[in-house]
Write a new protein. Sequence first.
Lengths: 121, 107
Amino acid sequence: EVQLVESGGGLVQPGRSLRLSCTTSGFTFGDYTMSWFRQAPGKGLEWVSFIRSITFGATTEYAPSVKGRFTISRDDSKSIAYLQMNSLETEDTAVYYCTRDTSSWYRSDYWGQGTLVTVSS
Amino acid sequence: DIQMTQSPSSLSASVGDRVTITCRASQTIRSYLNWYQQKPGKAPKLLIFAASTLQSGVPSRFTGSGSGTEFTLTISSLQVEDFATYYCQQTYRTPYTFGQGTKLEIK
């Protein structure tokens, strides 16, 4: 059974940093692109970032709203994806979801349950 | 960025009804269009990818169609468990973008 479990969320002050983890099981992690999405309270979904598999160079892309502040990475030996979030802003408050992505007709076919990040003083 | 516009934003319907949700892209996205269903407090669930391909395990009452800039999601006979919020998403070009969502409520 495919499982993704996010962790690392919490309350943080503006300007500080936080690292989210996505611990996975039930599939060959190294074969897949992994993504992060977020959803602000009461709002819609926003794509944040993805990291391709090492086969495709582990290349990354970011939403303009987080580019330069967030860094996605992966540890294939541990089957974990990370999202390092620096210079956090109140607008970054959201539930953050990690996903397993299938590159053919790119889609996020498995989602974690989400972790809440609250940026507030 | 490619803008995705869904209509309607909300919809009231009854069990057994046929409903259609429309999603328009601000430029062509060929068939790089996904549909997700989200229930309150839960993660989104992939329903349809490549505009019209049903994800494994999704009931056949869900159908997607369209290409280019206009797409639809149709639920042929609403069931109680279908009342949720639906999002379209383009994956033609980054940043991948979503429609604002359509909240489907029980009449």
